[in-house]
Design a protein around this ligand. Structure first.
Ligand code: NAD
Ligand code: MG
Length: 375
């Protein structure tokens, strides 16, 4: 019997890569449910090819409306009785309820939707405990860590996540602050959705990933370091208590971490991606993160340190600011400024131990971000 998979956000970059992997693994897996947001044509095409039992179109319109409309169809797909693994490839806060519901229903969530863990890491962990579900990361850095750790959690000393540094790594701050949307979307090593591509240019993506790592591996923030590695060949390092360090290596592709999240802890034969060749990979370089170049990364790490609802507020402010930038309503430089304005207001920080508290923090931060954008 093949394993039933739900692909949330099947029309997106992660969703399409997932279907590509599944197309090579038809004996092991079958697609039971797919969901899309507004790309009706592609969703119909995928439905015709895969004939899933459930097809959901959120179709809530464009922009940063986040959760609300259409979440029912995401939850329905995520909790479908024939589904064993839910690949969550939704972008942003909209993916939260489906993750919680899947975990409560005892499913494995192969999680690309990192915003979910950042907003509500404690609640997600609780849902997994209560329902017997588990989270397996799809994010390449966290997949690297999972693979290097190999269950030796108690012997972990430090994680080092790599970051490409994005398109503006070598630009001066003045020039970066005026960068256009087209320039921000030109990622040097990865092809991804627009939101995460902008997050890679601000390095917000790496701040989100530090928080993601904290919740996934229950590791204190002081033990999560980040290094710039422009070639994106080493995806992450794990340092153990004896000082030994393991790294996971490969040409950049999301198909390997997706496949691993589906088959974990096993590995299965697959010929879909280019085999690694150290000579072709060439010189690998590493640089420290320059805080003045990536102010939003610094703000994100600070939100992580504060904890509670601060990461949810950081995430919400970023989602609003990135959408405003993509709509060409603010400059690139204002993304970091808006996030900073929203998160520095410590009055709004509180515990993140209930869904109501998290959603209230999210809503309030979105309001403050829009307000900050207008002033
Ligand atoms: P994308 O924009 O290409 O796709 C997003 C998907 O989410 C689409 O299928 C869309 O239909 C759906 N969606 C968007 N808004 C929605 C809403 N309000 N309700 C329901 N569905 C909605 O994005 P992506 O690059 O595939 O990224 C998806 C997630 O994976 C993000 O959290 C991102 O950070 C993470 N991720 C992506 C990559 C990558 O290589 N693309 C790598 C690591 C992590
Ligand atoms: Mg990543």
């Amino acid at each position: 019997m093949s394993i039933g998979v739900a692909v949330l956000g099947s029309t997106g970059s992660i969703g399409r890569s997932t279907l590509q992997v599944l197309a090579r693994q038809r004996e092991r897996f079958r697609v039971v449910a797919i969901t899309g947001h507004s790309n009706r044509d592609l969703l119909a095409q995928q439905a015709a090819e895969w004939k899933p039992a459930f097809v959901g179109l959120v179709n809530g319109g464009k922009g940063d409306e986040g959760r609300g409309k259409g979440t029912a169809c995401l939850v329905e797909a995520a909790t479908h009785p024939d589904v064993t693994i839910v690949v969550n490839g939704i972008v942003g806060a909209a993916g939260l309820e489906a993750t919680l519901a899947a975990l409560r229903a005892g499913k494995r969530v192969a999680l690309a939707n990192k915003e979910t863990l950042v907003m509500a890491g404690e609640l997600v962990a609780q849902a997994a405990r209560e329902g017997g579900g588990e989270i397996v990361p799809v994010d390449s850095e966290h997949s690297a860590v999972l693979q290097c750790l190999a269950g030796r959690r108690t012997e972990l000393a430090r994680l080092i996540l790599t970051a490409s540094g994005g398109p503006f790594r070598t630009w001066g701050p003045e020039r970066v602050s005026r960068a256009t949307v087209a320039e921000a979307l030109k990622h040097p090593t990865w092809t991804m959705g627009k939101k995460i591509t902008v997050d890679s240019a601000t390095l917000v993506n790496k701040a989100l990933e530090v928080i993601e790592a904290h919740f996934l591996f229950t590791v204190p923030y002081e033990q999560v370091d980040v290094v710039i590695h422009p070639q994106s060949v080493i995806h992450g390092f794990v340092e153990f208590v004896d000082g030994s360090v393991l790294a996971q290596v490969g040409f950049p592709t999301m198909e390997l971490p997706i496949l691993y999240a589906l088959t974990y802890p096993e590995r299965v034969p697959d010929q879909g991606v280019r085999r690694f060749d150290p000579v072709a990979a060439g010189t690998l370089t590493f640089e420290a993160v320059q805080p003045d170049r990536f102010p939003a990364y610094v703000t994100g790490r600070e939100a992580a340190r504060v904890g509670g609802t601060a990461p949810a507020r950081f995430n919400a402010a970023n989602e609003v600011a990135v959408q405003l930038f993509l709509d060409e309503r603010i400059t690139f430089g204002r993304i970091a400024e808006i996030i900073d304005r929203v998160t520095e207001d410590a009055r709004h920080d509180g515990d993140a131990n209930s869904l109501d508290a998290v959603l209230a923090a999210d809503t309030e931060a979105r309001r403050l971000a829009r307000e900050a954008a207008c002033s």
